[in-house]
Design a binder for this molecule. Structure first.
Ligand SMILES: NC(=O)c1ccc[n+]([C@@H]2O[C@H](COP(=O)([O-])OP(=O)(O)OC[C@H]3O[C@@H](n4cnc5c(N)ncnc54)[C@H](O)[C@@H]3O)[C@@H](O)[C@H]2O)c1
Length: 331
């Protein structure tokens, strides 16, 4: 394990969210001094036993002064920016708020880092979803960002802003286009893996809202966040600084096969997913990102196969249920 993070002062925006809490946990395991910046407290941190153990500055990423203060107070060396509207449906339902937090929130974080800096690294969450339809696959980082729904467009803008600040202000900023994450401590029960795990634990068949055809990649949150750590460590180096990186397993999977794999690793042979086909907005959706760049530049590959990641997730929910969600507090 790299010694880089030992004693390193790190600020995570969105630390109370699903991936932010995973990141906080992995950083604390590596000896970093971690603080969060979030509107809320607790929910996901509780899943890792970190509620009340991680200092959180409460505020909005739309508040430049509050961000700058949090960065300066801590003497932040590396900032991970994960806060925002992370749900495609949520962004569609509240477009202006989502565009505001994902776009203005990103430039506000970047500007706060510029003012409080120089920092060793700034890592911004972009998204796989920014790619949208492509002519060829797998999608390398040079592919255009074609997704024009509200969430996709907001993340494409955030991605460009991250690279803009790297170029315009010579900052060590990286944009991360990670695929769909799953794993312990995901409070978003509408996510297909979490929702399906919880259905199986209730003794019910998982329900697929689409027709099962969408092809996407899924990665355990631990693997997603080890990629963020690696990018944070090397953000200032040539070949990393100012770049965007995909974070993905080698191959995508159809949603119906994902759920069948989960059913198999959960030992629920005989259960068949219910294909509700009530949401056909992603019918025949095809997404296949290339992980070649991150492997070539920093040697990152996932450590968990899809089966192993799903088995770990199922075991965790079987043990913890959703009671941890109730333990979280909101500011
Ligand atoms: N989860 C995934 O599969 C996935 C995939 C690709 C990209 N991403 C991106 O990664 C990031 C983290 O995703 P997640 O799944 O942890 O999301 P999440 O919804 O679980 O967490 C987001 C956090 O941001 C906080 N937040 C929202 N608005 C804020 C504001 N104005 N000021 C401060 N904090 C605010 C929320 O309180 C929450 O704690 C997001 O930017 C998301 O778009 C996620």
């Amino acid at each position: 394990m790299s010694e880089f993070w030992k004693g390193r002062r790190v600020l995570i925006t969105g630390a109370s969210g699903f991936l932010g809490a995973w990141l906080a946990r992995l950083l604390l395991e590596r000896g970093a001094e971690v603080r969060g910046f979030d509107l809320a407290t607790g929910v996901c941190l509780a899943a890792h036993g970190l509620d009340g153990r991680l200092p959180i500055a409460h505020g909005s990423v739309l508040d430049l002064a509050a961000l700058e203060r949090a960065l300066r107070d801590q003497g932040t060396e590396v900032c991970f920016h994960l806060a925002g509207q992370s749900m495609i449906e949520g962004a569609a339902a509240g477009a202006v708020a989502a565009l505001d937090v994902n776009i203005r929130g990103t430039w506000t974080v970047l500007e706060a880092c510029r003012r409080a800096g120089p920092l060793r690294g700034v890592v911004c969450a972009s998204s796989n979803h920014a790619y949208g339809p492509q002519r060829t696959a797998p999608f390398a980082e040079e592919a255009s960002m074609n997704q024009l729904d509200v969430y996709g467009a907001s993340k494409a803008c955030a991605d460009i802003l991250a690279r803009c600040f790297a170029t315009s202000f010579d900052m060590p900023v990286v944009a991360v286009r990670n695929v769909n994450s799953f794993g312990p401590g995901d409070p978003h029960t509408s996510h297909i893996v979490t929702g399906s795990v919880l259905a199986l634990l209730r003794g019910e068949a998982p329900v697929i809202r689409s027709d099962g055809s969408p092809m996407k990649a899924y990665l355990h949150a631990r693997d997603t966040m080890t990629a963020y750590l690696l990018l944070g460590e090397h953000a200032g180096e040539p070949g990393v600084r100012g770049e965007a990186f995909n974070v993905t397993p080698a191959a995508p999977v159809r949603v119906r096969d994902l759920v069948r794999t989960l059913i198999a690793v959960a030992g629920k042979a005989g259960v068949e997913p219910v294909v509700a086909a009530t949401d056909l907005s992603q019918k025949d959706f095809f997404e296949h990102l290339s992980g070649e760049k991150l492997e070539r530049v920093l040697g990152w590959t996932p450590t968990l196969s899809l089966e192993a990641g799903l088995a770990d997730t199922y075991r965790w929910y079987a043990e913890h249920g959703t009671a941890w969600i109730g333990r979280g507090r909101h500011a």
